[in-house]
Design a protein around this ligand. Structure first.
Ligand SMILES: [Zn+2]
Length: 96
């Protein structure tokens, strides 16, 4: 996985701060977090029996430094969906 640049990391952290993401960890109360390098991508289906993924939702992941509790923030809410970004591997949605 390619590492984000310092500028990319700073931009994401700034966007999280602007959204008020500043509360302590809901599990252990720690106030120390790490931005995990790389996008987490959730595959959405209409029904559980569906074999194909209908839509991909990319997010960034923040990990509690003490207990490892993970939180995910959708890129759209952070204003990052229209910026240049690597496509998730195996993206099933191809232009027609
Ligand atoms: Zn924690």
């Amino acid at each position: 996985m390619s590492a984000w640049t310092t500028e990319e990391r700073d931009d994401i952290v700034k966007r999280l701060q602007q959204k008020g993401v500043s509360r302590p960890c809901p599990r252990c109360g720690s106030d120390q977090f790490n931005l995990v390098d790389g996008f987490a991508v959730f595959g959405l289906v209409d029904r559980l029996e569906d074999e194909g993924v209908r839509h991909l939702m990319p997010s960034v992941c923040v990990a509690c430094s003490r207990c490892g509790f993970l939180t995910f923030h959708a890129l759209g809410a952070l204003g990052l969906l229209n910026k240049d970004q690597p496509l998730p591997p195996g993206d099933a949605e191809k232009p027609e």
